[in-house]
Write a protein that binds this ligand. Structure first.
Ligand SMILES: [Mn+2]
Length: 295
């Protein structure tokens, strides 16, 4: 990897707890740019996107107008980075921002693999959602299962083939999500697969699926995939998560493929964090995805 471009998305409207809009600062404070430069990778910071004030809301799609607006701007930022020949690194923000970043990569490369490391499936639409929180919908929208208004890029809309999308570390899916995931054909390696077969085996299979017939792999990393003891600063913590060593291994294996075309690092909530522990871990995982090796 020769060149990266960092963009922050200060979005916390997709979740029901505020504060995750400060995630980009927390990850930058952990020394992101300095450590990338130390690896000899050229980096440029494109700054942060800030959501509009107000905007329309519905019970089953909270703050949808502001979220769609910021995702449209993020789409353009990510697309420009890709056109510059860089790997975009998107700092969230809640996971609703992936509906801006991933479709830009799908439009640019046409056929992409997607690895979604997350405790949740984020595979609801406006009918199946219980909470109305848009951060529970992006993967579904990206894969063409709706809500379509979340990925409305006109003639530039390219869905990710759900058969090339892989969820790793899932452990808190809503019952309707399980049905919808199956119908769509998304690949799921839940936490039990990791327990039973180990992260190395799970990632080998996940990478195989996401690389097969694609131009590269987009990695969308939700920090709530990790055990709350290691990553307490997240919006929706779920006990019994991946260990920090397991996620480092996943990132190192992804780096080794040389196929990473874009990265989201989302759901870091500094208000709920302990001395920026989660921000620092998120920063180190990005470095790991870029190929940093300290042993
Ligand atoms: Mn998520």
């Amino acid at each position: 990897m020769k060149k990266v471009e960092i963009v922050g998305a200060q979005v916390d409207l997709g979740a029901n707890r505020r504060g995750v809009n400060m995630g980009p600062s927390a990850i930058r404070f952990a020394g992101l740019a300095e450590r990338i430069e130390a690896m000899g990778i050229e980096s440029r910071d494109r700054g942060d996107l800030i959501p509009m004030q107000g905007g329309k809301s519905l019970d089953n799609m909270r703050s949808y107008e502001a979220i769609v607006d910021v995702d449209k701007r993020l789409f353009e930022e990510v697309l420009e980075s890709l056109e510059n020949g860089a790997v975009p690194i998107v700092l969230g923000g809640d996971h609703s921002i992936a509906a801006g970043s991933v479709p830009a990569a799908a439009y640019h490369y046409k056929k992409i693999g997607l690895i979604w490391i997350d405790a949740h499936a984020d595979f609801n639409d406006e009918n199946s959602t219980v909470t109305g929180n848009v951060h529970g919908m992006p993967l579904s929208a990206i894969c063409g299962s709706g809500p379509d208004w979340l990925v409305d890029y006109g003639d530039r809309r390219v869905y990710v083939d759900p058969k090339k999308a892989v969820i790793v570390g899932g452990r808190d899916f809503d019952p309707p999500e399980r049905v919808r995931l199956k119908e769509a054909g998304v690949n799921v390696f839940n936490i039990r697969e990791v327990d039973t077969h180990g992260m190395a085996d799970v990632m080998r299979r996940a990478i195989e699926i996401a690389s097969d017939g694609t131009e590269g792999i987009y990695v969308s990393f939700d920090m709530d995939s990790i055990n709350p003891q290691d990553a307490p600063g997240v919006v929706t913590p779920v006990i019994g998560g991946l260990t920090s060593r397991e996620v480092f291994l996943a990132c190192e294996m992804l780096a080794n493929t040389g196929k990473i075309i874009g990265i989201d690092m989302v759901e870091v909530n500094p208000i709920l964090d302990e001395r920026n522990k989660t921000g620092e871990l998120a920063c180190s995982l990005i470095l790991s995805l870029l190929g940093e090796m300290k042993y």
